[in-house]
Write a protein that binds this ligand. Structure first.
Ligand SMILES: Nc1ncnc2c1ncn2[C@@H]1O[C@H](COP(=O)(O)OP(=O)(O)OP(=O)(O)O)[C@@H](O)[C@H]1O
Length: 270
């Protein structure tokens, strides 16, 4: 079943900047999709349109087959923007995490269960009683993600979820996204970072700086098309640049590359 079906989306800001121009996108349930493009390509705007945070000037977004009903969308879909303040507005982090499920009429015990479980998963246990404005920038981003997760969405749209996040927390977040995908949650991640894409997506919608889709396809096909990426002002992943032309099966990540070198008996270089 389709999770999100967008047709001919168009959005211009009040100053007439055309940020999204005629985008079609169909995202199946359980898929992991990246919105990849350079700065200013329209990724955040498209993510907000796909997540019903803003209404398009043209075109339409439908969810789960047919519905456009706002309550259904709110209960089954979470969007994480780049601004943690959109999610952190209560006196304590615990109340911010509890806000979504409480809005969905979960009872007190269920709300507490969700808050504890997500806080544990994102290493926020020690921060639950703090006011959110006392958290560091990275902690605020984790708390915002946690508040998007306590509604237990079927579809999660994330705008640059690991930008400005340290290595340990990046791993925590990427492992969590793997677990959510394994549980069947549909993931849409916007990023300008080609290095991140193999970790979060099986399919890519590639945007160019005109707010249109330049190409779409499986992650491997898009990330190994180095001319296409450069035409969109993106740098191909470093490991692709290193292995391009040296093997038919170009690895997309350093871990893939290490496995290939081991398999080829090149585990040490004299
Ligand atoms: N509030 C706004 N008013 C006017 N123009 C805007 C506004 N927000 C974004 N834009 C413009 O819309 C275009 C798309 O912006 P958007 O933030 O969607 O791009 P992006 O691909 O997410 O960029 P980045 O990678 O830098 O976050 C850009 O040209 C930007 O300058």
């Amino acid at each position: 079943m389709t999770a999100i079906e967008a047709t001919d989306l168009r959005y211009a800001y009040p100053d007439e900047t055309l940020a999204v121009d005629g985008v079609d996108a169909s995202i199946e349930r359980g898929e992991r999709v990246a919105l990849l493009g350079p700065n200013g390509a329209g990724k955040s705007t498209l993510l907000e349109l796909l997540g019903s945070l803003v209404d398009p000037d043209g075109g339409q977004v439908r969810y789960f087959g047919e519905t456009t009903d706002a309550d259904t969308v709110r209960s089954r879909l979470s969007v994480l923007t780049q601004n943690p303040a959109d999610y952190l507005f209560n006196p304590t982090v615990r109340e911010d995490l509890a806000y979504g499920p409480a809005q969905l009429d979960c009872d007190r015990a269920e709300v507490d269960r969700r808050v504890e479980r997500v806080a544990d998963r994102l290493d926020l246990d020690g921060l639950l009683s703090k006011p959110p404005f006392r958290l560091s920038g990275g902690e605020q981003r984790r708390a915002a993600l946690a508040s998007a997760l306590t509604v237990e969405p079927d579809v999660l749209l994330l705008d640059e979820p690991v930008s400005n996040v340290d290595a340990a927390n990046r791993k925590t977040i990427l492992d969590l996204l793997d677990d959510l995908a394994a549980d069947g949650v549909t993931l849409v991640v916007s990023t300008p970072d080609t290095e991140l894409v193999p970790h979060v997506a099986d399919r890519v919608l590639l945007l160019d700086d005109a707010g249109t889709i330049a190409s779409r396809g499986p992650t491997r096909r898009i990330l190994t098309d180095t001319d296409l990426l450069r035409d969109c002002d993106l740098r191909p992943p470093q490991v692709v640049r290193l292995f391009e032309g040296r093997t038919a099966d170009v690895p997309l990540t350093v871990d893939n590359a290490a496995e290939q070198l081991d398999a080829a008996g090149l585990d040490t270089i004299e």
